[in-house]
Ligand binder design. Structure first.
Ligand code: GLC
Length: 513
C-alpha cells in the first residue's frame, strides 16, 4: 500500500503556510497506524514551483521550501525506523526553464547547447508559426518562441506541459547520463524507488508529425496521440531498469496514461518498469458494467507480462472521488464503497493523502487558484488546486493544525472541522477508522495475489467477486438494497441490515467457519 504525500499540503513545520518534510516526519506515526507500506512523495527537488515541483531546476537537491536535503534525510530515517519505505517522484520528460541547461541553451543561440531540449525553427514567413500543431496538456500551444541573443524573436522550444517545463531531447545521450546520476544519487542515499512522471512521454516521433486531434480536452490523454507513447520510450525504460538492477530492493512505478492493454503491458516487460499506474478504475463511472470492465481490463493488462496489477482512485491531478461520485453524503458513501472494492483487489494500491478522511474537492475562489492549467486556459479550466487543499489534522478552525499560520498556500474550508483526524479518531464509524480497519484486514489477508478473480452471480446493479484466498467483495451501485451473498461479514462501507446491502455500499465477506 503506497500512500501519496503531496508535500505542500501534508503538514507545515515552519509556519510559512506550505507543507514541508519536517512536517511529514512529525506525522509518521499517523501513517504507521494507518498501515502504510510505502510513501510516494510528490517532487521535493529544487524548483521555481511553476507546476509545484514538476518543474525541476536541480534534480539532485531538495528545495529549501521543503527543508533542504537534511530534512529529507530525517524524514527517510523516521520512515525507515517504522518500516515504511520512501519513493520519490522522478521527472524525466522535462526540466524547469530555470534549469542551468535550458538557461545556457537559450543564451547560446541555435545549435550546440540547445541539443538537450527540442528547439526548432518556426513555420511561415520569418518562422512566426510554431513548428507543428501540438498543444500543451495544460492548454494553449506546446511551443514557445525565444528571444535570441541578438534581441530578435527566434527558435521555438517544445513543452508538452507549461512553458516553464521545456521537454528534454531524449535522443541526446547526455540526458540519460544525467538521469542515471540522479537515480544513483537518491538510491545511494536510501530512497527506495521512484514514481516516474509521464513515463509514456520522453521519446518523440521523428519529424514531430501533427496531431490529428489538437482539440483534445485539457489534461486528457488518449491513445494514438503522437505526443506520447512513442515506441522509442521502451529503450529509455530498459536503460532506467539497468540502473535499478543495481538496487534490487528499489521499485520503479510509471505514470502510464495508455489504455490499450497490449500497449500498456509493454511498459511492464521484465526489463522495463516494475509497476505501471493503471487509471481505468479511476476513470470508471459509479456503474456496475463500467467498474467490472475497468477491473477486467486492468487485470488482463497486468497478466500479459505476469506483472503486479495496480489500483488507484485518487491522486493530485484528478477531482477527489467523493465529489466525482456525486458529492455530499452520496458521494462519500460511494467513495467508501469503492475503497472496499479497490482494497479487495490483488496487487498494489495507491492512496492519496486525505482520501482516508473522505475529503471532497474544494471550490476555491478565483483569486486562490495557482495551477498553470487555470492560467493557460485563460480561466476556462479551474485546474487541480481543489484536490490539493491542505490536510485538516485537529482543532475547530483553519488551518486545523496543518500550520501555525492561517494563511495557508490554499485556504482550507471551515467545514472541514468535521473531517479532521482528531474528530474522526474517536468515532468508530468515521471514514478514517473505516479505512484503518479495511487496511488492517487487507494486511492480514495477504493471500490475494496474481492477476485473476472470480465474478459471482450478481443483480444488474451489483458487482460481486471473489479473490484468491476466498475474500468476497460485493458492491451495490443501484437504487435499492440487494441481498448479500452468503458468508461471514467482515466489513461493510455502510449500514447492513438483515443481510441486505444498501445502495452505494460495499461489503467484504468470507466463508462461514
Ligand atoms: C504528471 C503529474 C502532474 C504534472 C505533470 C507534468 O502528470 O502527475 O501533476 O503536472 O505530470 O509534470
Amino acid at each position: 500500500m503506497f500512500y501519496q504525500v503531496y508535500p505542500r499540503s501534508f503538514a507545515d513545520s515552519d509556519g510559512d503556510g506550505v507543507g514541508d518534510l519536517d512536517g511529514v516526519a512529525a506525522r509518521l506515526d499517523y501513517l504507521e497506524q494507518l498501515g502504510v507500506d510505502a510513501i510516494w512523495l510528490n517532487p521535493v527537488t529544487v524548483s521555481p514551483m511553476a507546476d509545484h515541483g514538476y518543474d525541476v531546476a536541480d534534480p539532485r537537491d531538495v528545495d529549501p521550501l521543503f527543508g533542504g536535503l537534511d530534512a529529507l534525510d530525517r524524514m527517510i530515517a523516521g520512515a525507515h525506523q517504522r518500516g515504511i519505505k520512501v519513493t520519490m517522484d522522478l521527472v524525466p520528460n522535462h526540466t524547469s526553464s530555470q534549469h542551468p541547461w535550458f538557461q545556457a541553451g537559450v543564451a547560446a543561440g541555435p545549435g550546440g547547447q540547445r541539443e538537450r531540449y527540442i528547439f526548432r525553427d518556426g513555420r511561415g514567413a520569418d518562422g512566426v508559426l510554431p513548428p507543428n500543431n501540438w498543444v500543451s496538456v495544460f492548454g494553449g500551444p506546446a511551443w514557445t518562441r525565444v528571444i535570441e541573443p541578438d534581441g530578435n524573436p527566434g527558435q521555438w522550444y517544445l513543452h508538452l506541459f507549461d512553458a516553464e517545463q521545456p521537454d528534454l531531447n531524449w535522443d541526446n545521450p547526455e540526458v540519460f547520463d544525467d538521469l542515471e546520476k540522479t537515480l544513483r544519487f537518491w538510491m545511494d542515499r536510501g530512497v527506495d524507488g521512484f514514481r516516474i512522471d509521464v513515463a509514456h512521454g520522453m521519446a518523440k516521433p521523428p519529424g514531430l508529425p501533427d496531431m490529428k486531434n489538437p482539440n483534445i480536452g485539457m489534461l486528457r490523454l488518449d491513445d494514438n496521440d503522437p505526443r506520447f507513447n512513442h515506441e522509442g520510450v521502451h529503450d529509455i525504460h530498459r536503460a532506467i531498469r539497468r540502473v535499478f538492477n543495481d538496487y534490487p530492493d528499489a521499485v520503479a512505478i510509471g505514470e502510464v496514461w495508455v489504455f490499450d492493454n497490449e500497449q500498456f503491458a509493454k511498459y511492464l516487460r521484465p526489463d522495463e518498469l516494475h509497476l505501471g499506474f493503471n487509471f481505468r478504475l479511476l476513470r470508471a463511472e459509479f456503474d456496475a458494467a463500467d467498474i467490472r470492465d475497468a477491473i477486467t481490463n486492468s487485470l488482463a493488462a497486468a497478466a500479459i507480462e505476469g506483472a503486479t496489477p495496480t489500483w488507484t482512485l485518487a491522486n493530485h491531478d484528478v477531482e477527489r472521488e467523493v465529489t466525482r461520485y456525486g458529492g455530499g453524503e452520496v458521494g462519500l458513501a460511494r467513495a467508501r464503497a469503492m475503497a472496499l472494492v479497490m482494497l479487495a483487489l490483488p496487487g498494489a494500491v495507491f492512496v492519496y493523502n486525505g482520501q482516508e478522511l473522505g475529503l471532497p474537492n474544494v471550490e476555491l475562489p478565483d483569486g486562490a487558484l495557482q495551477d498553470p492549467v487555470w492560467f493557460r486556459s485563460g480561466g476556462r479550466e479551474r485546474g487541480r488546486d481543489g484536490v490539493r487543499v491542505p490536510m485538516p489534522w485537529e482543532g475547530d478552525e483553519p488551518p486545523f493544525g496543518f500550520s501555525d499560520t492561517p494563511d495557508t498556500w490554499l485556504p482550507i474550508p471551515p467545514e472541514w472541522a468535521a473531517l479532521t483526524v482528531e474528530r474522526q479518531l474517536p468515532e468508530p464509524d468515521s471514514t478514517l477508522n473505516f479505512w484503518r480497519r479495511a487496511l488492517q484486514l487487507r494486511h492480514e489477508r495477504r493471500d490475494s495475489t496474481g492477476t485473476t478473480l472470480e465474478w459471482l452471480d450478481a443483480p444488474p446493479d451489483a458487482v460481486i467477486f471473489r479473490v484468491a484466498g476466498g475474500l468476497v467483495c460485493a458492491l451495490n451501485v443501484g437504487a435499492v438494497p440487494i441481498d448479500l451473498p452468503d458468508g461471514e461479514l467482515l466489513l461493510a462501507s455502510g449500514p447492513v441490515d438483515d443481510g441486505t446491502l444498501p445502495p452505494g455500499a460495499a461489503a467484504w465477506l468470507v466463508k462461514r467457519p
